[in-house]
Design a protein around this ligand. Structure first.
Ligand code: ZN
Length: 174
């Protein structure tokens, strides 16, 4: 398994719409294995393929706590079929928006259809942290970031800060 590079905002790739998976082949399994390793290493609780630069509708999630048995969830071509009226608020962060956090409101429950690691169709009813995490990750597949739910002022401020950070990191003199 390989740790892949996580792309960060601003990056045009993060705004692209990912394409569905059509074939469950070795390349896909390698991608899912690499994504899981990359997410654990980061560390994060969810990662979408686009965050490692792959425009495919693939997500990995693991909400297990430190020291608990790992509990990876692989979502291929996930589709939300129900969202509750009731909302829940979490302070969200994102591996593609390093150091940025904001309180975001989303439906507290969602139901989805997806294909699992082996390509088998599955259904899942999620609530709480899992429901929020799934919606955050599916947003990535549609080119949406959590900062899109903030006011334009707050969003622009965060993007400006991140582009400055990026420049600072990439500027080297050798
Ligand atoms: Zn994210």
């Amino acid at each position: 398994m390989t740790i892949r590079k996580i792309i960060t905002e601003p990056d045009v790739l993060l705004r692209k719409i990912s394409n569905p998976i059509e074939k469950f082949d070795k390349t896909l399994k390698t991608l899912m294995d690499d994504m899981l390793e990359t997410m654990y290493k980061a560390p994060g609780i969810g990662l979408a393929a686009i965050q490692v630069g792959v425009l495919r509708r693939v997500i990995v999630i693991d909400l297990s706590k430190n020291g608990e048995k790992k509990n990876p969830l692989y979502l291929v071509n996930p589709k939300i079929i129900f969202k509750s009226q009731t909302l829940a608020t979490y302070e969200e962060g994102c591996l593609s928006l390093p150091g940025q956090f904001a309180e975001i409101q989303r439906p507290s429950e969602c139901h989805l259809e997806y294909l699992d690691y082996d390509g088998k169709p599955q259904e899942l009813k999620a609530n709480g942290l899992l429901a929020t995490c799934i919606q955050h990750e599916i947003d990535h597949l549609d080119g949406i970031l959590f900062i899109d739910y903030l006011s334009k002022l707050k969003k622009d401020f965060i993007i400006k800060k991140l582009s400055k950070q990026k420049k600072d990191i990439e500027r080297i003199v050798v």
